[in-house]
Ligand binder design. Sequence first.
Ligand SMILES: Cc1cc2nc3c(=O)[nH]c(=O)nc-3n(C[C@H](O)[C@H](O)[C@H](O)COP(=O)(O)OP(=O)(O)OC[C@H]3O[C@@H](n4cnc5c(N)ncnc54)[C@H](O)[C@@H]3O)c2cc1C
Length: 500
Amino acid sequence: MIFKKDAQETQRFLEDTSALRDGFTKGVYIPETYEEVIDLMHECAKSKSTITLSGNGTGTTGGRIPYGDYVLSSQAFNKILSIQKFSDGTGLATVQCGVLLKDLQETTEAEGLLYPPDPTERLCFIGATIANNSSGARTFKYGPTRDYVERITVVLSTGDLLDIKRGEIFADEHDEFQLKLPSGKTLHFKRPNYSIPQTRKHMAGYYTKPGMDLIDLFIGSEGTLGFILEADLKLIPKPKQFFGVLVYFPTPEDVIAFVDEARRRSVSETTPTALCARALEYFDKNSLNFLRQRYPNIPENAAGAVFLEQETTPETEDQLLSDWFELMEHHHAMTDDSWAALTPNEQQDLREFRHTLPVLVNEWLNTQETRKISTDMAVPIPRFHELMNLYNTECQAHDFPYILFGHIGDGHLHLNILPQSMEEFNEAKKLYDEFVKKSLDMGGTLSAEHGVGKLKAHYLAEMYGEEGINEMLRIKKTLDPDLMLNRGNLIPKAYLEKIH
Ligand SMILES: Cc1cc2nc3c(=O)[nH]c(=O)nc-3n(C[C@H](O)[C@H](O)[C@H](O)COP(=O)(O)OP(=O)(O)OC[C@H]3O[C@@H](n4cnc5c(N)ncnc54)[C@H](O)[C@@H]3O)c2cc1C
């Protein structure tokens, strides 16, 4: 097993894409076999050391940043073990945790298969996307990572190696799991009793529902219960073709009316010739102003834009394009300036356009003394306009520079406030707290996709109450008795210290 402890070599493991910069570690272990991972767990248990699990560092919430002891890197587990293709056109990929999402997508697509989860950042490791139940633009049609995970191999901090298959272990009528370990010991623990918000996306705290499958407890648990080593992932037939469109609108009201109708039609009509977006993404005027540095052709009078993708066949493409343009024109879209991407090269350019926004924002932030304040909340669709209006009116009232963009189909926008002084940062932070409270009051979630990590752990009690956090903690204590893994993620430190 490789061990790195020189500051130069460990530095990158102290960072992700959050602005947390005060992590520290005694060293980074890079195991190359599953046995080495098990040995490491035993060693750390013996020496009462903590372990922080690391993917590729694209997380936004400080999840992989260590505060002491050791880091366990996934990077050597980088093999796609097999891709199976079945006679009905579907498939199954067996992958190790350190495989890049980009590599999995390219390999499956070459086989005529599609792995639908598609976070905007593709340089992330599959194990981390499972630990974070990652989602992305295509989640609008296909759901988050959870829906595609059929099996995981997990190592607990006790060194127990588990193979958890979907459909095998469920919470019983008393909401209890019984989990037999390879050592012969049986663990008993209850699923959390809180309820999950009725948002289209949710990624805050352990998953729960009556009769739930054990695999769903591990998916989205942000590395607090075990190290995911390997997974079987469901693949669907790759759609024959698709097109993407970026369309500008002259007023904010037109954008919203268009999205409302596009969302309603996409989720309700299911025939192959009906409009059915697989992605519906939003850019507000301020986002377009930001992007104009790289894309000077963005029209000056655009008040907002929508990016959408529609799957087609050679037979349906013309009709679907014409139907979408009709709908856009009905909502006064600036169709002459819009950008339709029909070929793979054009689609790649459009994808690049979308990815450029967070990248430009991060580049700009690197030149500033302050951090951005970034929201990941979502509310149920009927309350979505209320939250969007709140973001706009409050940011304008405070005169904050900000951008609002993201997964509007799922009622999930990212608000980035970009403070230019510490004073503005502190003011924006207070407003963020207010937004969290209001989103939760509307029946929303603290995080729709990026997770809680270390940055947002202290808000989780607002969502589930003290008892909710204690329920999560009891599960963690059963599966990770020394509270060794990913301390500080999800469960606020104060709770861990009380029980330890
Ligand atoms: C520009 C940009 C756009 C993004 N867009 C999206 C988006 O659209 N949707 C979305 O969901 N996310 C998005 N993200 C966030 C990020 O890409 C995801 O959270 C991703 O899953 C992180 O993967 P990683 O390998 O970089 O993990 P890391 O940042 O290294 O780790 C993330 C977390 O996973 C844990 N972890 C890592 N590996 C394992 C393992 N094998 N077992 C258990 N726990 C593990 C870590 O401890 C940590 O808590 C975006 C990020 C960026 C920078």
